[in-house]
Design a protein around this ligand. Structure first.
Ligand SMILES: C[S@@+](CC[C@H](N)C(=O)[O-])C[C@H]1O[C@@H](n2cnc3c(N)ncnc32)[C@H](O)[C@@H]1O
Length: 206
């Protein structure tokens, strides 16, 4: 699959990014929503998690260690290869699949109890975001959750990024029967003073 425009800047920087992404912990990145990550296999909840735009698999690996059967979708081959090497031996299925349409996942008809979109959505333009929500929402199982973060701040050189509002994502989710469960803001994990993040968790009703 050829790389979508939204992945601009990632392949060439993959080696550096692998150490950067793996230098921070899942528990710190997601500290504000950790209580909303469902425990797999509790209350009859199956433990299937999907990380879209998984990068080098930091979060996919943490979810696998928590007991989820994890699918990591990552279109940038250079990042995917780091992830496969770094987290070999864990229950992670790596897929070359890309927003907005997630052709492989959509065709498979699968659904997941937890779907993560960490630092990915703002790489899509407005038309792609609309299509992407239509593709992502059906992947969220009943009572399943979609956790999403949006970056705000200057666009790094060579990347494609848009300033996407939390309100837009909440409204798009509502169109596809995903209700807002959590909304907050946080500073940057790498202490970049001009970068901040919106955190959202949406839920599909039972
Ligand atoms: C800032 S990185 C975040 C990686 C990982 N989620 C993390 O938090 O470490 C953004 C990721 O989104 C991926 N990406 C960009 N466009 C995408 C698309 N159209 N579909 C899926 N992933 C995409 C990039 O390849 C990259 O791995």
């Amino acid at each position: 699959m050829s790389n979508p425009a939204s992945t601009a800047g990632y392949a060439g920087a993959a080696d550096t990014l692998a150490s950067t992404y793996e230098s921070i912990r899942f528990e710190d990145v997601h500290r504000d929503i950790l209580h909303l990550i469902p425990a797999p296999h509790r209350d009859g909840m199956a433990g299937r998690a999907l990380d879209i735009g998984a990068g080098t698999g930091r979060d996919a690996a943490a979810l696998a260690r928590r007991g989820f059967a994890v699918t990591a979708a990552e279109p940038t081959a250079e990042l995917r290869e780091h992830g496969q090497r770094l987290h070999a031996g864990l229950d992670i299925r790596w897929l070359d699949d890309a927003l907005p349409d997630l052709a492989h996942l959509t065709a498979s008809g699968e659904s997941f109890n937890l779907v993560m979109l960490t630092a990915v959505w703002m790489h899509l333009d407005a038309t792609e975001r609309e299509r992407a929500m239509a593709a992502v929402a059906p992947l969220v199982a009943p009572q399943g959750r979609l956790a999403l973060s949006l970056r705000h701040g200057p666009v790094p050189e060579g990347r494609r990024m848009f300033d996407v509002s939390a309100d837009e994502v909440i409204a798009a989710g509502a169109v596809h029967d995903l209700a807002l469960l959590h909304q907050s803001q946080r500073g940057d994990m790498f202490d970049r003073g001009d970068v901040h993040w919106d955190l959202l968790v949406l839920e599909r009703p039972a």
